[in-house]
Design a protein around this ligand. Structure first.
Ligand code: C2O
Ligand code: CU
Length: 483
């Protein structure tokens, strides 16, 4: 196998000059109304749509390179875009055509606990050949995603994920949506998934499984046409196992309108937008480029800058830029406001990993030295416990506000994901932010401490874990119960 960094060069080398007009994930929406597809959906309440988890193959590399055998939903990677209107029910009959058990998590949805897809906690794994019906009505509009939640370090590294889009009842006026799913893959020289390193404890105790090929929508280079004066809503999602990315649209200043599915006060996005694994963002990008011009889509990661795509302008303007007007705000989130005065304060301390200070941690009720933990595949702990504990991290009363101080006492960044709840990040002085941003994943750099607050308003047992999937598998996982 060539060194990772040399394989990474593929992204740059494969830059093509011929337009392919690949718009596989683009859905068109007229400036004044809804997408034609969505209006058809409205009349038919969904019977469970079948969806398979099984084999898929895709060309992740440049044209002419071999295709890669993957696993995917509905035979594709990313899986089919599941799109519904706020207030509608999603009903999916998931059939497992893999050789190993699976389950699906609906990431970011404030969902009924029984539909959350957590094996051994909210459901049993779906055995090969078996099916499971997921049925729920997402409470919030926004950009979400669905992914395997069993052996996700393997199943997601092989491609088992897709976008889940809940449209606003009154979607903002845009000409088009462009969905951008960023992933990185660790491929061998033949372009196949590097299987030997799946589940590597070395990756798990360091930065997770980092790939050597970066794709947007499973393409090593995404060509996208745009018209001068066009207004595009971008929905971005980082589906990588462990790679943190910052995306940039050179020559443009898009407006940020949502993070992790939830609306934010529209603000110009200055510079690259960082997305840790699992995080999403919605941007409004106006076609401010000159007719015929070309602008790179850049990904900044691990000190490198890669060209992962390009926006190419057509010659005919769609309209005068002046006719576009201000970027519309999305209707605000309807998430209960934390009451800090009466809040319960809890802590979540991350320890372990390479170059860490952790000496030991509890595993299945037994205190084990780091050496013995490693032997069993563990390298990290939450509050001194490795692996999913039997006792909850917190047992909250329904409606109680929790303030969680999250401490990254390790030498690595981590992105902590909360199931079933979005949270606010408190200011340094402990107050609520004046401009609230609700998230379901929070990135903490090495040594960093942050406080989050949320109302435990969703009954059930909810996982909290690092979304760097190897970290989760190697111990960075706990759960809270809301009763
Ligand atoms: Cu997106 Cu528990 O995961
Ligand atoms: Cu982590």
């Amino acid at each position: 196998m060539a060194s990772l960094s040399s394989l990474f060069d593929r992204t740059r080398l494969s830059r093509r000059s011929v337009l392919t007009g690949g718009v596989a994930l683009a859905a068109s929406t007229s400036l004044t109304g809804r997408s034609p597809l969505a209006s058809l959906d409205a009349t038919s309440r969904p019977a469970a749509q079948p969806l398979t988890a099984g084999r898929a193959r895709t060309r992740l590399l440049e044209p002419g390179a071999p295709e890669t055998e993957l696993w995917g939903f509905g035979g594709s990677v990313p899986g089919p875009v599941l799109r519904l209107r706020q207030g509608e029910e999603l009903a999916i009959l998931l059939r497992n055509e893999l050789d190993q058990p699976t389950a699906v998590h609906w990431h970011g949805i404030r969902i009924d606990n029984a539909m959350d897809g957590v094996v051994g906690m909210t459901q049993e794994a779906i055995a090969p050949g078996e099916s499971f019906e997921y049925r729920f009505t997402p409470p919030d509009a926004g950009t979400y995603w669905y992914h395997s939640h069993n052996r996700s370090w393997e199943q997601m590294a092989r491609g088992l994920y897709g976008l889940l889009i809940v449209e606003e009842r009154e979607p903002p006026a845009v000409d088009r949506e462009l969905l951008l799913v960023a992933d990185d893959w660790r491929l061998d020289e033949a372009g196949a998934i590097h299987e030997e390193s799946l589940g590597s404890l070395r990756d798990a105790s360091h930065g997770g499984r980092l790939g050597n090929v970066l794709t947007l929508n499973s393409k090593d280079f995404l060509e996208q046409e745009i018209a001068p004066g066009e207004r595009v809503r971008l929905r971005l999602c980082n589906t990588a196992n462990a790679r943190i990315l910052a995306l940039e649209f050179a020559g443009h200043r898009p407006w940020l309108i949502a993070l992790d599915g939830q609306p934010v006060t529209p603000r110009p996005q200055e510079g690259p937008l960082t997305l840790a694994p699992g995080q999403r963002a919605d941007l409004v990008l106006d076609g401010t480029g000159e007719p015929g011009s070309r602008h790179a889509i850049l990904a900044h990661t691990s000190g490198q800058t890669l060209e992962v795509g390009a926006l190419t302008y057509s010659d005919r303007p769609l309209r005068d830029l002046a006719a576009l007007g201000p970027v519309p705000a999305l209707p605000p989130a309807k998430i209960p406001q934390p009451l800090l005065e009466s809040a319960r304060r809890v802590r979540l301390v991350m320890e372990g990993g390479a170059m860490g200070r952790m000496q030991s941690a509890r595993l299945d009720g037994q205190e084990l030295a780091i050496r013995d933990l490693v032997e069993q595949g563990y390298a990290w702990s939450f509050n001194g416990i490795a692996g999913r504990p039997e006792e909850p991290w917190v047992s909250a009363r329904l409606g109680e506000t929790l303030i969680a101080e999250i401490v990254n006492d390790t030498s690595w960044p981590h992105v902590i994901h909360t199931h079933g709840h979005h949270f606010l990040t408190l200011e340094a002085d402990g107050s609520l932010p004046t401009d609230p941003v609700w998230r379901d994943g929070i990135l903490l750099e090495r040594g960093e401490t942050k406080r989050i607050a949320f109302v435990a308003d969703n009954p059930g047992r909810w996982l909290i874990h690092c979304h760097m999937l190897e970290h989760r598998a190697a111990g960075m996982v706990s759960w809270c119960e809301v009763i």
